[in-house]
Design a protein around this ligand. Structure first.
Ligand code: NCD
Length: 316
């Protein structure tokens, strides 16, 4: 779809695709976070929630999802819109051999916006070429997951009162974790310091590290969870089993890092622990009841943030 009608407001997202976090300016990100705050207020007061009446969102999910798809669908319905789509490509014509461009051409004639999750990096950009309506990338393989980065930033702003000047440790599968890829760019845009913590084999892609270095972002890399002890925010991630060709290789890393009560005792008292979820063993359930654990609040913010994104692309 790419950008359409030029808008006087530099922060407008109207009619645009959202394929990667790098397409957004700081002003646009700030506008999404501010609109998400308004949406949160509307949700709490049950008022002003019909801006997308008569609009239809299509969710095409070629990979598993719980939070992303359901929070998008909840967001659209909260704004008065309708939802079509599939959550399992085995029930779609993909099974009959239809390719992505043909599916997108047809679905874009049935809907006002398409939310796509796909196992291949770059799939959302291909979809956008063939779509007559805006496309939102809800995860393209090991590529990006821009709306997750926006809800992660929103969570940080709610929990910490700011989104700049923080020490953020990103931990786990930094090679394959698309949420890390999007969030790292966003964090560096706002002047945060990032410590990447992973086994060497699962380090963040060179392209991302060199982009961040070029922008002058404060980053360092480590293999030890000890280096998260002074962080303001710890962003844990799952080892992405589905991206490994070799199960034994996956098993080597599957229990590599765990945040538990013992770790929290030596971390900053007001550290927040985030995770895009689903979690496996990387966060002990024993810390779920602590004030430090922010991951379920983070998941809940998916709805107001996606309401903001949908409203800004489709409404104004
Ligand atoms: C993430 C994803 O799909 O990339 N989940 C999500 O969208 N909340 C993270 C993951 O699956 O590990």
């Amino acid at each position: 779809m790419a950008s359409v009608s030029p808008d006087k407001d530099a922060n407008s997202l109207k009619g645009r695709d959202l394929l990667s976090i790098n397409e957004l300016t700081k002003g646009q990100i700030g506008a999404v976070l501010s609109r998400a705050n308004d949406m949160l207020d509307s949700l709490r007061s049950h008022s002003g929630l019909d801006s997308l009446q008569n609009m239809i969102m299509a969710t095409l999910f070629y990979e598993p999802s719980t939070r992303t798809r359901l929070s998008f669908e909840s967001a659209m319905q909260r704004l008065g819109g309708g939802v079509i789509g599939f959550s399992d490509p085995a029930t779609s014509s993909t099974m009959k051999g239809e390719d992505l461009p043909d599916t997108i051409k047809v679905v874009s004639s049935y809907s006002d916006i398409i939310v796509l999750r796909h196992p291949e990096e770059g799939a959302a950009a291909i979809a956008a070429e063939y779509s007559d309506v805006p496309v939102i990338n809800a995860g393209d393989g090991v590529g990006q997951h821009p709306t997750q980065a926006l809800l992660d930033l929103f969570t940080i702003s709610k929990e910490k009162g700011k989104i700049s000047g923080l020490d953020v440790a990103m931990v786990g599968d930094l090679k394959n974790g698309r949420t890390v890829h999007s969030l790292a760019y966003a964090l560096s845009m706002f002047g945060n310091h990032i410590t990447f913590i992973s086994p060497k084999q699962l380090a963040a892609p060179d392209k991302i590290l060199s982009d961040l270095n070029r922008e002058g972002a404060g980053i360092r890399s480590s293999e030890s969870l000890d280096d998260a002890a002074n962080a303001d925010v710890i962003y844990m991630t799952r080892i992405q089993k589905e991206r490994f060709n070799d199960v034994d290789e996956y098993r080597r890393f599957s229990n590599y890092y765990t945040i538990d009560e013992k770790f929290l005792n030596r971390a900053k008292e007001d550290v927040i622990v985030m995770h895009p979820l689903p979690r496996l063993t990387e966060i002990s359930k024993k810390i779920d009841g602590t004030r430090n654990s922010a991951y379920f609040r983070q998941a809940a913010y998916g709805v107001p943030v996606r309401m903001a994104i949908l409203d800004m692309i489709m409404n104004r």
